[in-house]
Design a protein around this ligand. Structure first.
Ligand code: T4K
Length: 377
C-alpha cells in the first residue's frame, strides 16, 4: 500500500525570493510614494527584461491576457486569425475581445504546437494573422510559420506565456515573430505575482501599446485613443526584477525534476513522455506533460487524475477541454477534425513541477503512478 503525501502537492507553486530581500526592495517604493502609472521600478524593470531577453522593444502589463489583447488591438488585427484549440482559454479570449474570428486548426503530435501545413490550408482572404502558442515552453515550428506569414503577408503573433527563458540556438524565443506575449502569473516558472510582457520587432508599436494600457492618455488633457487600464504596478515590477536573479537556477532545478520523471516513468505501459528534445533548444521545463493511453495503462487519464488526488497529488489536465469545445466558441470556425488536438486533450496530464519540489517527492509521485498502474495488471 502506498502512503499518500501529508500535504497537498500542487501542479505548481510559485518561487519567492527571501522575504527580507523583498522587504528591502519595498523601501524604495515606500520612499518614492509612487505605486503605479509607469514608476521608476517598472521603467528599470523593462530595461532589465530587454537586456535579459536581448530584445529592443518591450512593454509591461498587469497580466498576460491584457498584454495579448492590447497587442492584437495595437497592431490593428481584424477579420480571421488562425490559432490553436490546445491552449489556455485566454489565447482565444484575446481574439474575441478584439472582435476577431478565431479559426482553429490542428496541432502536431510531438510538441503540441500549431501544424504549419494545417495553418497554410486554412488561410482565406480574411486572414490577417497567425496566433501560435509555444505550449509548455515548446517552441513552435518557427521557420515554417515565419515562411507562411511572409508569403501570405500575415502578422505572426506568439503567445509565449509558457516560454520565458527558452532559447533557440542561443537566441531568445522573444526574438521571433512580430510580437510575443509572456505571462508573469504566479503559476508560471517566472512571475511578478501577476504580469505580462509584449516584446516586438517594430518600435512604432511602443507608443501605441503605452497609450492602450493607460487610457490613451497623451497628457493631462489629451486622450488619443480609447485605451484601457493594464499597467503593471511598482510592487509587481519589484517581484519580477528580483526573480530575474533566480531564473537560471530555477530552470536548472526544473530540469533535474524533469529528468527524474523521465527516468522513472519511461517504460511504464501506457505513459507517453515528452518528445526527445531538440538539441539547439534550451528549454525551461515549465510543465511536465505526459500522455496516458487508457488501453495500455489500464486506467483512463481522468481516473488517474482523480486517483492521484487520493494521494494528495494535484495534477492538472492542461489543456482539456479544447478551447473550441467551450460553449462560447461553439460557433467558431474549426478546420478539419482536429484529430491530434482531440487525442492529446483526452490523454494529457501535467504532473507537479516547480523549482522547490523535492527530488524525493518527485520519486514518490512516480512510485504512486507506477503503483496505480500495477493495480490494473
Ligand atoms: N496564454 C496561455 C498559453 C496561458 O497559459 C495563460 C495563462 C495566458 C495566456 C494568460 O496569461 P495571464 O493573464 O494568466 O497572465 C493558471 C493561471 O491562472 C494562468 O495564468 C495560466 N495560463 C494557466 C495555464 O494556469 P488555473 O486556473 O489552472 O490556476 P489555479 O489557480 O488553479 O492554480 C494552479 C495551481 O497553482 C493551484 O492548484 C496551486 C498553485 N498556485 C496557484 C496560485 C494562483 C499556488 O500555489 N499559488 C498561487 O498563488 O490557471
Amino acid at each position: 500500500m502506498m502512503k499518500s503525501f501529508e500535504n497537498p502537492v500542487y501542479v505548481t507553486r510559485p518561487f519567492l525570493p527571501p522575504l527580507e530581500d523583498f522587504c528591502e526592495g519595498l523601501k524604495e517604493i515606500w520612499d518614492n510614494r509612487w505605486l503605479t502609472n509607469n514608476g521608476p521600478v517598472v521603467t528599470r524593470y523593462a530595461d532589465e527584461l530587454k537586456s535579459f531577453l536581448g530584445v529592443d522593444n518591450a512593454c509591461l502589463f498587469n497580466n498576460g491576457t491584457l498584454a495579448l489583447q492590447i497587442g492584437l488591438q495595437g497592431m490593428e488585427i481584424s477579420g480571421e486569425v488562425i490559432t490553436t484549440p490546445f491552449s489556455f482559454v485566454a489565447t482565444t479570449h484575446a481574439l474575441y475581445w478584439n472582435k476577431i474570428r478565431p479559426v482553429f486548426v490542428d496541432i502536431e503530435p510531438d510538441f503540441y504546437t500549431l501544424d504549419p501545413q494545417k495553418v497554410e490550408a486554412a488561410i482565406t482572404p480574411w486572414t490577417t494573422a497567425i496566433l501560435a502558442v509555444h505550449v509548455f515552453g515548446n517552441p513552435c515550428n518557427l521557420e515554417a510559420l515565419s515562411d507562411i506569414a511572409k508569403r501570405h503577408n500575415l502578422k505572426l503573433i506568439y503567445d509565449a506565456a509558457h516560454a520565458f527563458g527558452v532559447r533557440i540556438g542561443g537566441k531568445s524565443i522573444a526574438d521571433f515573430g512580430d510580437v510575443s506575449m509572456f505571462s508573469f502569473h504566479a503559476t508560471k516558472l517566472y512571475h511578478s505575482f501577476e504580469g505580462g510582457l509584449l516584446t516586438f520587432k517594430d518600435a512604432k508599436y511602443t507608443k501605441v501599446f503605452d497609450y492602450l494600457k493607460n487610457f490613451g492618455f497623451e497628457n493631462e488633457v489629451e486622450v488619443v485613443m480609447p485605451g484601457t487600464n493594464a499597467k503593471m504596478t511598482e510592487v509587481q515590477a519589484l517581484m519580477g526584477s528580483m526573480q530575474l536573479l533566480y531564473v537560471d537556477q530555477m530552470i536548472q532545478k526544473r530540469k533535474n525534476i524533469y529528468n527524474i520523471y523521465c527516468d522513472r516513468l519511461k517504460g511504464v505501459p501506457g505513459i507517453r513522455l515528452p518528445m526527445e528534445y531538440c538539441p539547439d533548444v534550451q528549454y525551461n521545463y515549465s510543465y511536465m506533460p505526459i500522455e496516458i493511453d487508457e488501453q495500455q495503462f489500464g486506467w483512463s487519464r481522468d481516473r488517474l487524475y482523480e486517483k492521484l488526488k487520493e494521494y494528495n497529488v494535484f495534477s492538472r489536465r492542461y489543456f482539456y477541454p479544447l478551447i473550441c469545445d467551450f460553449p462560447c466558441y461553439k460557433n467558431a470556425q474549426v478546420q478539419d477534425a482536429l484529430s491530434v488536438s482531440r487525442k492529446v486533450a483526452s490523454q494529457i496530464l501535467t504532473l507537479p513541477i516547480y523549482s522547490e519540489l523535492n527530488p524525493d517527492d518527485v520519486n514518490k509521485i512516480c512510485d504512486i503512478v507506477i503503483y496505480i498502474q500495477k493495480q490494473t495488471s
